[in-house]
Write a protein that binds this ligand. Structure first.
Ligand code: ADP
Ligand code: MG
Length: 251
């Protein structure tokens, strides 16, 4: 039988020189879930992702991942990628002077070899195939040889999502994937995330309520470094604490 829980974030505290960005935060995800996380600016959402992917160290608590219950709390970032966690950052991190295809190549090899090795090795037919299959998923096949810097904002975001998917992680973490997108771009990104979630466990952080509503089964509301509440979008929107602290009341 398949183990249910893919991720345990348990009692995680992050202190930045005494300022507590996360306060004994506990958060769990099941295999196959498409979860959304919302909450005001500064709630600690990105910090939580930083802890999961090893960019920021937990001051207290632990993070357990995967079918062997690997303790990843102190693992290096690249080892966490290898363990099966992929993350799209809030700010774009693609290389403008490389083509879309080359950006994908980099991302693919980062998982197995590290960046420097990547630049020196030739691509295999298998890599090519994999890259084209992901380009198709993100709808960018015809942009493969275009410089990434010349893409529209929406396309850049799709490249980034694709680069994460190309690493074939079990768990995909997306930090504000539709920020700055038009309504149409947001809708097509929602479709893209739904299709990714068929084969991956996905956590999406965002502020756009219509977007979250269109994708998420379960929503976690983070506030002040702690989980404020968790449930369906309907449940969360009716929660008094969420209305008070985040959504606000209709006037
Ligand atoms: P969110 O993503 O929910 O908007 P963040 O996780 O980015 O929130 O930030 C949570 C809090 O931690 C904020 O008050 C932010 O200013 C602070 N913070 C984040 N990163 C650092 C850092 N490297 N050093 C100091 N404070 C930080
Ligand atoms: Mg953030």
């Amino acid at each position: 039988m398949r183990k249910e829980t893919i991720l345990y974030v348990e009692g995680v505290t992050v202190s930045f020189d005494g300022f507590l960005a996360l306060k004994e935060l506990s958060f769990y995800m099941d295999y196959g879930e498409l979860r959304a996380m919302i909450g005001p600016n500064g709630a600690g959402k990105s910090t939580m992702l930083d802890v999961i992917c090893g960019k920021t160290r937990a001051t207290k608590g632990r993070v357990i991942f995967g079918k062997n219950d690997t303790n990843i709390t102190k693992m290096l970032e690249q080892d966490i990628v290898k363990a099966g966690i992929g993350r799209k950052f809030q700010n774009p991190s693609i290389f403008s002077n490389l083509t879309v295809f080359e950006n994908f190549e980099l991302s693919l090899r980062k998982k197995t070899k590290g960046v420097f090795y990547t630049l020196l090795t030739r691509k295999t037919a298998k890599d090519r195939e994999k890259i084209y299959s992901v380009l198709e998923t993100v709808g960018l096949v015809d942009k493969a040889d275009v410089m990434a810097g010349s893409l529209s904002h929406g396309e850049k975001q799709r490249v980034e999502i694709g680069m994460v998917v190309a690493q074939d992680p079990e768990l995909v973490l997306l930090d504000e994937p539709v920020a700055g997108m038009s309504v149409k771009e947001t809708e097509s990104t929602a479709e893209l995330i739904l299709s990714i979630s068929k084969n991956h466990t996905v956590l999406v952080i965002d502020h756009d309520m219509d977007f979250i509503k269109s994708i998420a089964q379960k929503v976690t509301v983070l506030h002040d470094g702690m989980v404020l509440c968790e449930g369906t979008m309907d449940e969360v929107q009716k929660d008094e604490r969420v209305i008070e602290k985040y959504l606000g009341r209709e006037k």
